[in-house]
Design a protein around this ligand. Structure first.
Ligand SMILES: [Fe+2]
Length: 437
């Protein structure tokens, strides 16, 4: 088999896998539920579905394939920049049956395009890039749809086995040596524009938590009055916490002296050794200050995840260059919660940092900017329009993120007040001179 054929097969398999996920998330509920808005923060699921098809049509059918439009009349409805999520239910959207027919028709044409176009000679298709971009787009919406399921009111409709058991991870913190390392990538075929180019970045020596902050540790912060003591909060964080009446992570419920967590329609006692999830940036920042630490910068996070001190090289993933398997990380909605600390010893980084990929997105203290040498590709609305101090960078993916849509260079971003995403964090701190002996 030629490598082009292998690449086509790989693309086809990834497209099919993404679609199976979209179908599972939309077939899990009835038509009423598909067109309903479960939260002002989210689109109706039926919008996501047709939007997935529309992006696929724009890039792969029309642009890469040079074909006639399937439905040029609906482009405007599914342009995420034209209509805020809150108003999408009022649009004359395709109904569930029509949306399903539409995405199926687009996909049939895309498979035909995939058979015929060369996957080289043009930057948009080199290494299957545009197809990879669309696979990631669908998977990103599948994670968004999972977040909609989390916000949905009603009995559980999604089911998955529990994550693997936790285990020991060694010391609570890992020392990351100071100095340069390679950040970002210029060689990863499906990396998006904001991950590029590879460049040298520098850190001072620092400590980073071996594992994400757990529910148990976070509950101690609450019990210690963390939400009522402005000392731990930034000015913006405190103002937001007061205005939004924050008292605990979203979806936490207290009964007597016990915490419970509501997840996908079921309420269960909080699992102490799972990473905390559904906290906003400001809560993460406050916890870190209470713990005598801080959040890692994005540069520090990536160094902890990729830098191999033995070779000086940066890896694609903490465990090496191979694609994630079930042994490496909690990804792909295989489980519907973060896994306990220590559940993925095979996924640790060379320095011994655990669960950087999967489980929970991790807030960093960094604003979202382009790297030096950043070039828009292939469209400014993917990331460039979001650059600036409004957004904080999140890293590493969650249990809801597909392996195709995350790697150690992958950058996500959101407003610091957002809690519906599957986000947690870990802490870092500067290394004191006497700790470096
Ligand atoms: Fe989108």
């Amino acid at each position: 088999m030629t490598s082009t054929e292998e690449l086509r097969d790989r693309v086809a398999a990834q497209l099919t896998r993404a679609r199976a996920r979209s179908v599972a998330l939309t077939d899990a509920v009835d038509d009423d539920d598909l067109v309903r808005q479960h939260s002002k923060l989210m689109s109706p699921l039926v919008w996501d579905l047709a939007h997935i098809g529309n992006q696929e049509e724009l890039w792969l059918v029309r642009d890469v394939g040079g074909r006639e439009p399937v439905r040029a009349d609906i482009d405007e409805l599914y342009d995420a920049f034209k209509h805020a999520r809150a108003v999408r239910p009022e649009l004359p959207l395709l109904g569930p049956a029509e949306a399903r027919r539409y995405v199926g028709e687009v996909r049939d044409k895309v498979f035909d395009v995939l058979e015929r176009v060369p996957l080289e000679g043009d930057r948009l298709v080199d290494g299957g890039f545009a197809f990879g971009m669309i696979v990631q787009h669908e998977q990103q919406h599948d994670e968004t749809m999972l977040a909609t399921h989390q916000l949905r009111v009603g009995p559980p409709v999604l089911h998955a086995p529990p994550p693997p058991a936790g285990g020991p991870v060694g010391p609570a913190e890992v020392l990351v040596p100071g100095g340069p390392f390679t950040m970002g990538t210029s060689t990863e075929a499906w990396a998006l524009d904001n991950e590029r180019p590879a460049h040298q970045a520098f850190t001072r020596p620092f400590f980073i938590d071996t594992a994400p902050v757990t529910n148990r540790a976070y509950a101690e912060f609450i019990a210690d009055g963390g939400y009522t003591d402005p000392r731990w909060w930034s000015e913006a964080g405190w103002a937001h916490a007061r205005k939004a009446s924050l008292e605990a992570p979203r979806f936490w419920l207290r009964e007597g002296d016990r915490w419970y967590r509501q997840a996908f329609g079921a309420v269960a006692p909080l699992v102490d050794d799972q990473p905390v999830v559904h906290v906003c940036y400001y809560e993460a920042e406050a916890y870190a200050r209470w713990a005598g630490k801080r959040l890692p910068t994005e540069v520090e996070w990536e160094k902890a995840a990729r830098f191999d001190p033995a070779t000086g090289r940066s890896r694609r993933y903490p465990w090496g260059d191979e694609e994630p398997t079930e042994a490496h990380a909690n990804l792909g909605q295989r489980h519907l919660s973060p896994a306990p600390v220590g559940a993925y010893p095979a996924g640790a980084s060379p320095l011994g940092v655990h669960q950087l990929i999967g489980d929970v997105w991790e807030w960093t203290s960094s604003d979202f900017h382009g790297y030096t040498g950043f070039e828009v590709f292939p469209y400014a609305e993917y990331s460039q329009v979001f650059f600036g101090s409004d957004y904080k960078v999140l890293r590493g993916g969650s249990f809801g993120t597909d392996p195709a849509a995350v790697r150690a260079t992958f950058r996500n971003w959101d407003f610091p007040i957002r809690r519906q995403i599957f986000a947690g964090f870990r802490c870092a701190r500067d290394a004191a001179p006497q700790e470096l002996a």
